[in-house]
Design a protein around this ligand. Sequence first.
Ligand code: ZN
Length: 656
Amino acid sequence: MKSLWDDNKTGKYKHNVMQLRVYTSQLLGQEPDLVLHGGGNTSVKVKETNLFGESEELLYVKGSGWNLATIEAAGFAPVKLDVLKRMAELEQLSDTEMVKNQRAAMINPAAPNPSVEAILHAIIPFKYVDHTHADAVVTITNTEKGEEKIRQIYGSRVLIIPYVMPGFVLAKKVYELTRDIDWGRFEAMILLNHGVFTFNNDPKKSYERMIDIVSEAEDYLKKQKAVVVPVRAAARENLLDLARMRQAVSRIKGAALIAKLDAGLKQVSFSNLANVTSIATRGPLTPDHVIRTKPIPVIMGKDLEKDITQYSQSYKKYFERHTDGQLTCLNPAPCWAVWPGYGTVAFSRGLKEAEIISDITAHTIQAIQCGEVLGGWKALPEKDIFNVEYWELEQVKLLKKGSSPVFQGKVALVTGAASGIGRACVKVLQAQGAVVAALDINPEITALFSQKEVLGLTCDVTNREEVRKSVEKTIRCFGGLDILVSNAGMFPSSKNIVEMNADVWNRSLALNLSSHQALLQICIPYLSLGIEPAVVIIASKNVLAPGPGASAYSVAKAGLTQLARIAALELASSGIRVNIIHPDAVFDTGLWTPEVLAKRAKHYGMTEEDYKTKNLLKVAITSKDVAALACAMAGPVFSKTTGAQVPIDGGNDRVI
Ligand code: ZN
């Protein structure tokens, strides 16, 4: 591991204590082998003059909810140092009381809650304190005779603390062990199965000492040949089984989940290890990961559903083994899976959390394999992991949980998504919690949506092979499919039947009818494995009230409506609902170019303005209105409706 310290960057604020604190915190945060997603914390001790002109010592410590990689000065909580030091002297203190009193000792009520390791930072008598959960060091401690190995590497240069639960108990333990020692003798403090602390009055020295300590551990791993060399295996893929797995885990969760498949070389190689069931189920890399990953993954065998059910049963037994009778059992669904031959899978209600789980598991499988080379991977005893998972501060969060958006964890696919109704549907579905595959023939679709939750895919829906590839890509990224909004369409040039051009006719049928059939056919196997699956077909008012000159369009849309009605009949037994929207005169779509609008208005002998609101209610219908209806149809409002046709046209006497 290399120091990223750059004197050119620090030169301009070399006397600004806080900016230096932010700088080295970010340096630590940038290195995923040191800290992952909210892990680790840093602090700085400063003297400030208060309102009354008195000087007081403060500890600025990382606030919870902030990541070291992106932390700013506002992410540090200023706590009175003497209060923290006195807290270390208390005989007993619950973590809830600790958090409350730390908050009360802050000089800025708007700052975030201080890290639960604040007391520990306070009692280390140096200005700058850095703490990471460095993979290399933790890996070595998570093995048979881990402590011995640490002593062998560092000798008496580091202070070694046996594992204790983070929070007050850990701070107290360190306080007692170090009351009479000279901290200056030590280069670092290593908390077994947890991480490393370094400290110095100079921020650069504290930071670089962290890099040195971790580098020594990395060198040791190299010398012991504890390096993972993944074994390449033949690529395998089973997207239906992935969707089946997602459905089974979502059922136990009682809510839709994303299933993020990681089928990289490292994951597949790990999943193929002969002893994977044994080594993957010994426990997490560090106990704080348990909040996101549970103690162990589910190991998939031949019967996915059975494996997942058994996992949830054994999770409940694990809870029963350790609960004091006062705790609330967490949902027993697994957070990740090892899928032999295929890789690993992360399950989560949102994409961001799934990515966090996937990062953590990537580091965990690496550490497990290194630990095996070092004589055997050995995580903390189950009870210690349980205590972190069921920590009082975590249990309180369960009570505070609000309700989530209606489509949270759901996977949707929308065609014709670069403009008009399709684009509006993508926005509404995403805003309501879904991840969305947005398909369009316009290549700009890949960059149209900035959110990670939207996967823009260039796809000509009249090309069956392209559709199949796009659907498969969606499953590969999100693990399944629940909502299909079949929207792509075009309005061909207006021609009476007698002068209809075969090409215009065929192109309309290909896009407005046949492409929907192919898409539906390709999606049905996945929708059958979806969570409350729903299909919304965007047809047209022309089905119910056709106009002269629009046969190519109206006939295709009438066929599409009939296709949707038959789909509703055929798919009801699989729980898939199919409903139809008949929009009319949605003028902010790609169909309605200014030329088409002018032509149609002229055809009816109207001004463009009158033509836009030529309905009973005299209202203009927008893409957003149609998207709102499509989302209602995909959601619980229409959960007991299938095969319905709903016009959204401002009221049309020919339709009514
Ligand atoms: Zn820690």
